[in-house]
Design a protein around this ligand. Structure first.
Ligand code: NAP
Length: 246
């Protein structure tokens, strides 16, 4: 097992890619803390992994609030003693073309996708510095590499995410902390399932493999980057997109 007894905190862990990542890390031997907006939902997801009792816990926390972000990290340390991996997976969309985008659509997406990642990483970096080890993984997107129609706010956050990844890799390497992003293509999750069929087909055609991704495709990339097999990889953005951006 690649991640035996490592402790991972996964934001937005109640569903979608976050929940699939939790499952993958559990199969690799990790302890998992799911952080999400509603206690009921993290509990439900944690309960669904019944084979891993005692290895998976959920805590309600809003990544956009400093105290709440801190609480997520402290919860993991209290229960499992360390935080070895943080997956900054929580993210939202609020799409509109530039001329129609409302100020609150801009603010909400920036708050969760950028400020939330900043606050969670600040909280975990202090802990990892003390441990002199850690891995931070950020959920970017193909949209953070080539933009997207109707996603001014989301594109800004995902390009920003790649910038933060490279900056933190440079700042935190001296404490033996690695920082990387994963840039998924179009993955079938509750976030994308609400898109019209026509849009999903267009997404599929953009992949040179003519396929949409699955949450497990992203979970596998996170597990690799979190493991010692990736010990010399930091500051990178790994595309997992079926060849959408080549
Ligand atoms: P998802 O199914 O919508 O799940 C996101 C989770 O994050 C939800 O459980 C959501 O809770 C939670 N969340 C939202 N705001 C939060 C906050 N302030 N604090 C804590 N948790 C919060 O998303 P997904 O499709 O799995 O995507 C996961 C990540 O991958 C995102 O960062 C996304 O941008 C990125 N990504 C996804 C795709 C894709 O095709 N799916 C492609 C590229 C990148 P609620 O449900 O209660 O709001």
């Amino acid at each position: 097992m690649k991640l035996e007894n490592k402790t991972v905190v996964i934001t937005g862990g109640a569903r979608g890619i976050g929940a699939a990542t939790a499952e993958k890390f559990l199969t690799e031997g990790a302890n998992v803390v799911l952080v999400d907006l509603k206690q009921e939902e993290v509990d439900q997801t944690a309960d669904s992994f019944s084979a891993y009792e005692g290895k998976v816990l959920g805590v309600e926390a809003d990544v956009t609030k400093k105290d709440s972000a801190q609480k997520g990290i402290e919860f993991a340390v209290k229960h499992f003693g360390t935080v070895d991996v943080l997956v900054n997976n929580a993210g939202i969309t609020a799409d509109a073309q530039l001329l129609k985008m409302e100020e609150d659509q801009w603010d909400n997406v920036i708050n969760v996708n950028l400020k939330g990642v900043f606050l969670m990483t600040q909280a975990v970096a202090a802990q990892m510095k003390e441990q002199n080890s850690g891995v931070i993984l950020n959920a970017s997107s193909v949209v953070g590499l080539y933009g997207n129609f109707g996603q001014t706010n989301y594109a800004a956050t995902k390009f920003g995410m790649n910038g933060m990844t490279k900056t933190w890799a440079k700042e935190l390497g001296r404490y033996n902390i690695r920082v990387n992003s994963v840039a998924p293509g179009f993955i079938l999750t509750p976030m994308t399932e609400k898109m019209p069929e026509k849009v999903l087909n267009t997404m599929k055609e953009k992949s040179v493999l003519n396929d949409l991704g699955r949450p497990e495709d992203i979970a596998n990339a996170y597990a690799f980057l979190a493991s010692d097999e990736a010990r010399f990889i930091t500051g990178t953005v790994l595309s997992v997109d079926g060849g959408v951006v080549i």
